[in-house]
Design a protein around this ligand. Structure first.
Ligand code: FAD
Ligand code: UDP
Length: 393
């Protein structure tokens, strides 16, 4: 007999949305997380400076789908916030994504006018062009500009972040920050851009507060369950678990690396306190070579807050190779999107298909470059799919 109908590994958005949905349906749910807190990478807290710090890097909510925001409104009030990023290019601090203002700031007037005209003629205003595509333009002037942007904005940032060049990684990664033929200097153009009034952690507290939900922190899945590949069973605390199993962590680790290791990239956040204001924008990127700046970006959290405290806290973001036992770099923040990893991942997924009621969800388990809205949408969609007939009482 199982005490729980649903067993969820991971208390990030993927796990917490599922827990909330099923608990609401009357199911008994257990959420397990190896960390000492809920919220996964969305976790935030108020520090000694009265600044709301996002412990695992700056998290801005932006999405196109109203149903995601509509659902999240059940757990918080949200205030409008549009993120703006600048980057160090040739000693100047220019808008990122690289846009028409960036051109005006970096080239003399005649050259800037010629470049803007060429871009607008070729692609039109308000268009986004991925850097790798811009480099393939037939127009010599545009190609020259593209090479400049590639060298000054993408090459070194990407090498620092991924230890790969932009060509060695899935093009969708650099497409996230395309060259923007526009004067719109927002980092995202999605219709809905907000931040939660009391931070993200409070959302998770509310989501997981249902009496049908039990939470076990500081607990690694592998310590309480065993995946039996021969007869496709999950053994949970000594007996077979026949309910719904939802896993949101690293699949290769859960499956004892039987098809090899997937690669991930990590980060180290150097948190610093200062007086007043540290920088003019919430985030400043450093797309400079590693020898000049080993970090990729600095975020000043105060700019995200409605009421600005006196002092300020910044996070300097250093990319790191992932090493689960390392003092730094022990969190797998980013799946690395290469063909090799995809081949390994697909083998793991094939094995999972043989199990009944074994769901992979979220950024790690699905090995996808999800933003938070994507994870929430995927969880809501998966819940719908599972409750339209598949899950037995
Ligand atoms: P996670 O939040 O990683 O949760 C997974 C949980 O599972 C973790 O708590 C982990 O401890 C637990 N776990 C894993 N394996 C095990 C195990 N074996 N046993 C027990 N527990 C386990 N998105 C945006 O929309 N906007 C942003 O501005 C944004 N900025 C980001 C900045 C950074 C630096 C990073 C890394 C991500 C950012 N994201 C952003 C993405 C966002 O963090 C993710 O989409 C979201 O947190 C993913 O939720 P999840 O539940 O899939 O994973
Ligand atoms: N990127 C870059 N230079 C920049 C900003 C982004 O080269 O100034 C590239 C880099 O490869 C990065 C990717 O675009 O990993 C996606 O950037 P995004 O800001 O979306 O990354 P995230 O916030 O997910 O770390």
């Amino acid at each position: 007999m199982n005490k729980y109908d649903v067993l969820i590994i991971g208390a990030g958005f993927a796990g917490s949305v599922m827990a909330e949905r099923f608990a609401n349906d009357g199911k008994k749910v257990l959420v397990v997380d190896k960390r000492s807190h809920i919220g996964g990478n969305m976790f935030d807290y108020i520090d000694d400076n009265q600044v709301l710090v996002h412990q695992y890097g700056p998290h801005l909510f932006h999405c196109k789908d109203f149903f995601v925001l509509d659902y999240l409104k059940n757990f918080s009030n949200w205030y409008p916030y549009e993120h703006r990023v600048k980057g160090y290019v040739n000693g100047k601090v220019v808008p990122i994504p690289f846009n028409l203002t960036s051109i005006e700031m970096l080239f003399d007037e005649d050259e800037a006018n010629a470049l803007k005209e060429a871009l607008i003629n070729e692609y039109g205003m308000e268009q986004k062009v991925p850097i790798l595509m811009l480099r393939k333009s037939n127009n010599v002037m545009i190609r020259g500009l593209a090479d400049f942007i590639y060298e000054k904005v993408f090459k070194f940032y990407t090498m620092k972040q991924w230890d790969l060049t932009p060509e060695q990684i899935d093009p969708k990664v650099t497409e996230r920050v395309p060259v923007f033929i526009s004067y719109d200097d927002r980092y995202f153009q999605d219709e809905y851009q907000f931040l939660p009034e009391d931070g993200y952690t409070k959302i998770f507290e509310k989501m997981l507060s249902h009496p049908n939900i039990d939470i076990r922190l500081n607990t690694k899945a592998q310590d309480i369950l065993k995946i039996n590949f021969e007869d496709h069973k999950i053994i949970f605390e000594g007996s077979e678990f026949s309910g719904l199993f939802i896993f949101t962590g690293q699949l290769d680790e859960l499956m004892n690396y039987r098809y090899g290791k997937l690669s991930y990239r990590s980060l180290y956040f150097d948190l610093q306190s200062h007086d007043g204001i540290y920088q003019e924008t919430a985030t400043v990127n450093y797309p400079t070579p590693e020898a000049e700046h080993a970090f990729t970006r600095i975020t000043e959290f105060k700019h995200l807050m409605q009421i600005k405290p006196q002092r300020t806290t910044i996070a300097i973001e250093y990319p790191y190779p992932y090493d689960e036992n390392g003092e730094k770099g022990n969190i797998p923040y980013y799946p690395v999107f290469t063909d090799e990893n995809k081949t390994i991942y697909d083998q793991y997924v094939e094995d999972i298909k043989a199990f009944d009621s074994f769901v992979l969800l979220g950024r790690l388990a699905e090995f996808r470059y999800y933003n938070m809205d994507g994870v929430v949408a995927a969880a809501l969609n998966k819940y719908k799919e599972l409750t339209q007939g598949n899950l037995n009482d």
